[in-house]
Design a protein around this ligand. Sequence first.
Ligand code: DSN
Length: 412
Amino acid sequence: MSYLTKTDPQIADIIKKERLRQQNGLELIASENLVSRAVLEAMGSVMTNKYAEGYPGKRYYGGCEFHDMAENLARDRLKKLFGAQHANVQPHSGTQANMAVYFAFMKLGEGLLSMKLTQGGHLSHGSPVSFTGQFYKVSQYVLDPKTEMLDYGIVEEMARKEKPKIIVCGASAYPRTIDFAAFQEIADGVGAYCMADIAHIAGLCATGVHPTSVGVTNFTTTTTHKTLRGPRGGAIMCNTEYAQAIDKAVFPGMQGGPLMHTIAAKAVCFEEALRPSFKDYNRQIVKNAKVIAETLMDNGLRLVSGGTDNHLMLLDLTTQGITGLEAETALGRAGITVNKNTIPNETKSPFVTSGVRIGTPAVTSRGMKEAEMREIGRYIARIVKDIHDEAAIRDVHTKVYAMASTFPLYPE
Ligand code: DSN
């Protein structure tokens, strides 16, 4: 950043500090990851200088020949990665990918059936504070109260009662395997469409580490920056029969100019994800999550649903007598970044919560494996068991710093 340091030392300094924060700590936010240098370079390229409204071969601006090539590459690689018939790589985010599917296939006021936010769903799945809760008639399924896992009988019963237009599956805080085929079958049974939002588990689905929704549910939406390890953004996949409606809903329905530097970086990410090493990486994410989960439980802590099948887990702090906010703060002071998260049957506000969500995509990208995960699990347990033990926070912070130093963000 030698040029930026000269021209805008203030912002250069902020970026430097953020880089150090990432280097010196352990990033356990389940939705975050570290992109490759190649993805960073594509994002910071001249591709950002161009308007390219429209789609390859049909743009509203001249000079788009190289943007067509980049977007075609991104689309083709994404289709290959998931075996999809059609891909749209223009959504600026996961929420906008979801919005495009809703706008394409549901009229205002029609029914949307989805997982409740406090049970693991996402804001854009019908929360009253999102446009989805305001534009559509939302009904929401909950988890089995005993197992804290999906109960397809509950979903089916609600679908029969509510007759939704779209059933959403996929979550942002659900640690277990999702049966996408079961959701599609329920949707078919009531004449609804089924949309899988695989934002969190896209990398796992692409590599067969979790069953995929592509080719199973009518629509699949995703972000590209979580387990897929690409730039921040969204994408949609579907069969050819829905392609035109989806493309129209994204542009001109909902967005103007696509972020072409991000689309170039998405293409880079999809190529990286097609490499055999990406499968090993996603397998390791899940192995790592299991080791942290087991270590936490061995230390007497309770996880929602009793464990994890994917990249994340939810730690229920109720018996510790502390809130998610307090745990997030104490762990943050020890160099471990997590986010407070609601748990099933949450009694506290989303800003306080009774749990924290812990995920392994970013630490796995740094090359950490089972041995480090066991240590991290012990650190977390030690802190949340007594968040007022300042000596423990200092000691864990020193150990976290030492561990982080041996796993550089971007090794030379
Ligand atoms: N905010 C993301 C997450 O953390 O899960 C989802 O959009």
